[in-house]
Design a protein around this ligand. Structure first.
Ligand SMILES: NC(=O)c1ccc[n+]([C@@H]2O[C@H](COP(=O)([O-])OP(=O)(O)OC[C@H]3O[C@@H](n4cnc5c(N)ncnc54)[C@H](OP(=O)(O)O)[C@@H]3O)[C@@H](O)[C@H]2O)c1
Length: 264
């Protein structure tokens, strides 16, 4: 799908991180953006800072009503939607046996059910016009899940499998879908748990979100099935698919023993 001035994009989780960077990159291309998240002050600031006219939409992806209203409101105000980005997400990293169940359920509710709600309420607007692109922000963790991120990986894999099938289902409708598999990106995703991150995590190497945003736009315009960024994410998937044991060995070399403690 060509992205041009006048294109209308709805983005969940636009208040910071990848969502805010994507909003900025789209606004620079003349896109009208529906900025959806809970932190409306941050969204207002972003809308003021970006070139062009944008819409601030208070939205909690844990609620059906909230997502439905935010998308409906954007559609009414902007006059349409061509790009729908399911991006909102959170993490709680830690050993599964020690994690409160509420953390696991919150991740499922936001990362996976939030994606479902966004696509459920946004897709019909694009299908009615026979034009548009859905973007699902999954994770490299959907391709090979990591210790201490078992539930996070599960939510990201759910997004991945949903998106994989839906891209095929949309064939011939004029609407398509691109899935994004980011590795470590420099955002505030782990700010609440910096002190307790697993040893395999390497926040210092994290890639700038603006680089990922540029890749997403390129992929939407080329109707790519997926984006793997940085490219090592793709290599990890290939090796893991051929031989999980070899994938584990590769991860031990790259990230140390905590990335794959078992050798059987
Ligand atoms: N950063 C990485 O290394 C990385 C790697 C792979 C995948 N990802 C994925 O990228 C996506 C964006 O994460 P990020 O790294 O940009 O993190 P971030 O900087 O923490 O941003 C997360 C965004 O999600 C929104 N959000 C959280 N809970 C929400 C809710 N209940 N309703 C609506 N919005 C909500 C936040 O807005 P409010 O708090 O204002 O609601 C915020 O705008 C996530 O799906 C994440 O899993 C990130």
């Amino acid at each position: 799908m060509e992205i041009s001035p006048g294109t209308r994009a709805f983005i969940t989780g636009a208040s910071r991180g990848i969502g805010a960077s994507l909003a900025a990159a789209l606004a620079a291309r003349g896109v009208t953006v529906g900025l959806a998240a809970r932190s409306t002050e941050q969204l207002k600031q972003l809308a003021d800072d970006l070139p062009g006219e944008h819409y601030v939409l208070e939205c909690d992806v844990r609620s059906d009503e909230s997502v439905r209203e935010a998308i409906e409101s954007f559609h009414q105000q902007a006059g349409g939607i061509e790009l729908l980005v399911a991006n909102a997400g959170i993490t709680h990293y830690g050993p599964f046996r020690d994690e409160p169940l509420s953390n696991a359920l919150e991740m499922s509710e936001i990362n996976w059910h939030g994606t479902l709600r966004t696509v459920h309420y946004g897709l019909p607007y694009m299908l009615d016009r026979g034009r548009g692109q859905v973007v699902v922000i999954s994770s490299g963790a959907a391709l090979r899940s990591f210790p201490w991120a078992a539930v996070y990986g599960g939510t990201k894999a759910a997004q991945r499998l949903f998106a994989e099938a839906l891209r095929h289902e949309l064939s011939g409708t004029g609407v398509s879908l691109t899935t994004i598999y980011p590795g470590e990106i420099e955002t505030s995703l782990h700010d609440h748990e910096r002190e307790t991150m697993p040893d395999w995590y390497r926040g210092s190497d994290a890639a700038p979100p603006a680089e990922l945003a540029a890749k997403i736009i390129e992929a939407v315009e080329a109707d790519r099935r997926a984006v793997y960024f940085p490219p090592i994410v793709r290599l990890l998937q290939l090796v893991h698919n051929i031989s999980p044991k070899t994938g584990d060995a590769m991860l031990r070399r790259l990230r140390g023993g905590t990335a794959a403690p078992r050798k059987d």
